[in-house]
Design a protein. Sequence first.
Length: 92
Amino acid sequence: MRKIILAAAIATSALGLAACSETAETETDENVNAMTEQADAAGEDIENTTEAAATDVEAAADEAADNAVKTADEIGDDALDVVGAAEEAGAE
């Protein structure tokens, strides 16, 4: 996306220079500067969004891992209960 914006800025600059007037060159420079600022802001927004998404994914993965551990612990506890019940039934 940044490349598209920069390509548009270059094209705008080339058209402005072709006009060969001081006003056109000034306006072209202003447009190029504005487009560059917009491209930079868009890049920062993308970076921030990516970082936020990575944080969310990491938190979800941590929660899933915690749940898996809890489930494994519960299965182990249930197995011990079954073994204990079987031992009690065998002792009777």
